[in-house]
Design a protein around this ligand. Sequence first.
Ligand code: MF3
Ligand code: CO
Ligand code: CO
Length: 275
Amino acid sequence: MSSISIKSPADIDGMRVAGRLGAEVLDYITPFVKPGVTTGELDRLCHEYMVNVQGSIPAPLNYCPPGYTPYPKAICTSVNDVICHGIPGDKVLKNGDVVNLDITVIKDGYHGDNSRMFFVGEPSILARRLSEVTYECMWLGIAKVKPGIHLGDIGHVIQQHAEKSGYSVVREFCGHGIGKVFHEEPQVLHYGKPGTLEKLEAGMIFTIEPMINAGRRDIREMGDGWTIKTKDRSLSAQWEHTILVTETGFEVLTMSAGTPPPPAIVAQQLQAVPA
Ligand code: MF3
Ligand code: CO
Ligand code: CO
């Protein structure tokens, strides 16, 4: 029994716009991610850009899933050992930090959800490799997407690549269906077995957003009710795109002028598939 919605052509058009706007917020904020800036300043800049330039709404602000307190800011800023949902504030970014900025905009009722990793000044060799492997994990998952594959195929390829690189996959948070609702079915696990879970059909839209830890996969929750860190204080990385299942494969909806290209590891597979 699957309750994954199939989007209408009008929904898909709305999701293309929201996705592009979400990506353009990341393009806009990129030059501001430098030593000395606070995460709160990055939030303020993104919030103003969304509201005043794009006419979009920051989906995280006051977002309140069951069991949570309302999220207090417009974006998530997850620094170093923060896995996800870091709340922007007074924290000053310094040379060598790595930060994930996760942006979700709402435009005309549709959600566009995406995140990228940023290096503050010069990253360590570990931080660079963890971010690169995590980017490859996301893209290996994206490259699988087409009608008839199973969600477990996506989770499997991500888990394989992370673990063979010596890293671990966070289990408690996953990708998700998205549309007029921020988080809807299905759950898109970043680990799993080929041929298991729901079968994909054209018109489904979901995110792929692996969280990969340099150390163990265990998490701990901070007292603010949102921030999630690695239990062993190892670095964590995440990348996220919103993906449409098309008749022949996939379309990345969170695309903009500044979107990084697919990594070499999937480039060959992608050329074999008609766009
Ligand atoms: N953007 C996150 C995701 O990828 C969700 C953030 S919820 C928030 O699903 F409330 F923390 F913003
Ligand atoms: Co998401
Ligand atoms: Co997100």
